[in-house]
Design a protein around this ligand. Sequence first.
Ligand code: RAM
Length: 496
Amino acid sequence: MTLSGDERVWLGWKAINKVQTGEVSTFRMQKGDTLILDFGFNIVGYLQGVSNGKAKLQIEPAEVLAELGDSWEKFPADFGNGNKPGRSWSPKVLNIQNNWRFGERMTFRYVRLIVLEGASEIVLSELSCDEVSAVPFSKIKPLEGFGPKMKQIDLVAQYTLRNCIQEVFEDGPKRDQRLWLGDLKLEALPDGLLFKSDSVIKRCILLFAGTQRDDGFIASCVFNTSKGQNPEIGDEMIPDYAMLFGSVLLNYATNTNDWDLVKTIYPLACRQVDNVCSMWLNADNYLQIPDNIWMFIDWSKNLDRQTAEQATAIYSIKSLLEIARKLELKEDIEKWENLGKKMEASAMKHLYDSEKGLFISGKQRQVSYASQIWMILAGVVDANAGAEILKRVKADIASVQPGCPYLVHHLVQAYLLCNMDKEAYQLIDNYWGGMIDKGADTFWEIYDPGDAYKSPYDSHLFNSYCHAWSCTPGWFLRHPEYGKRLLEIERTNNQQ
Ligand code: RAM
C-alpha cells in the first residue's frame, strides 16, 4: 500500500493502493524500493521473514499511519523542560539473509520496509510477526449482554491490556515499555476480572518495593531490561503515584487473598503517605507540595494539582486503613482514621468554596474536574453531594477539563459512585467509542475529540497508541455491580 495525505481523516493520512496479502505473499523488490505492510491491528512482537539472499533493510514500525507520513524533523517531541527525546523506536536497519528475524521487540500495526542494499532482485516472503504477550489470545472473551458498540469497546480494551502485559505491566509497549505505578493501578482492575495475571502483578509489586530510595519514597516507574540485567529504576517520584501503592496492594490482596505479601509490603506503602504528609502537610492539615515536585494527576498543562493531591492522600489513607483492619493492626487503624478525618475536615474547610459549591485548588482558586473527581473518589463528599458537584463542574465552562484517559477513567468511576449511571455510560460510549470511530484498534494514551494532534510531548508522533491506562472500559462493563447498572442504561436507551 501507499500513503496519501488527507486533512479530513484523523491524523491526516490514509492508506491507498491496498493489496490484500497474507503470510504466503511474495514481494519482489530492488534497492531503493519501499513496501508498507498493514498487519490489520496493533501487535507486539518480532518481525520475521524469508529472503532469497543477502540484503540490508530499513524497518520502520508504526502504530498509526501518521508515524510513516509525517516527519520527525517537523514534529519533534519536546518535554518542555529543555529535554528533546529521540525517536528511539524508528527506523532500524537490519541485514537479512534466508530465514531472518529482527531481534528487537516492536509494537506496530504498519511496517515500512526499504531496501537499502541487496542484489538486483530481492524476494521477500513469509513476512509475519512472532507475537508476544504474557496473556494467551484464548483469554480474550466476548462481552455478554451489551450491544455491538459496547462489545467492540470491550474488545479493543482487552487487546489494549493484553498488548501491555508483557514481563511486567507496561504503560505502552511501543514508547516507554515501562512499569508505571498509576498505569499498573488501572491495568490491574480489568485484569482481575479478565486475565488474572496475578503472578505478573506480584512481580510488579516486588519490583516497585525494590526501588525504595534513601528518602523512603519508591520510584514511580521501573524499566524492565529483558537482557538479563537488573531492572532500571526511574528517577521520577510522583507523590500521587507513590501514595497509590497501598491501593494497588489492596486490590491485589482482594483478588488473590495473598495477605502474606501485603503484610510484608504494607509498611512501605505506609511510608509513601507518611513521607508526603511529614514533608508537605501544613498546620491546617492540607498539602502544599512544592512546584518543583512532579505531581501527575492528569496530562493537563494548566491544572493546579494541590487539591487533587490532598484527595489522593485521603483516598490512599482509606486503602491503608482497610489493609490495617484486615491485618488487625490496632495502632495503625487509629492512626489512619485520625489522619483521614483531619485531612477531610481540612479539605471541606480550606479547599471547598461553598458559594460555588465546588472544590478549588491553589492560590488562583482554580476549578477543575480533577479536584472534584478525586474528592469524590476519596469519599470526602457523599453520593448526593458528589452528583451536585459533578453537575456544577460541567456547567462551569471555565473549569479545567480532563486531559487524558487516566483522568477520564476516574471521571467514569466518580459518576458511578454518585449514581450518575447515564453519564458514565455516555462517557464510555463517546470517549472510547470516539477513538474507535477514528480508527483505534487499541486505545490511545491521549485522546481529545477536538484535537487529533494533542500531545503532552508536543508531538503526535511520540504519543502511544496502545496505552495501559485506556484499557478500563473492560472493567466497568464487566464489573459485577457497575456492569449491571450500565447494561440497564443501555436497555433503557434502546427502549426510547
Ligand atoms: C508517561 C506515560 C505513563 C504515565 C507517566 C506519568 O510517561 O504516559 O503512562 O504514567 O507518563
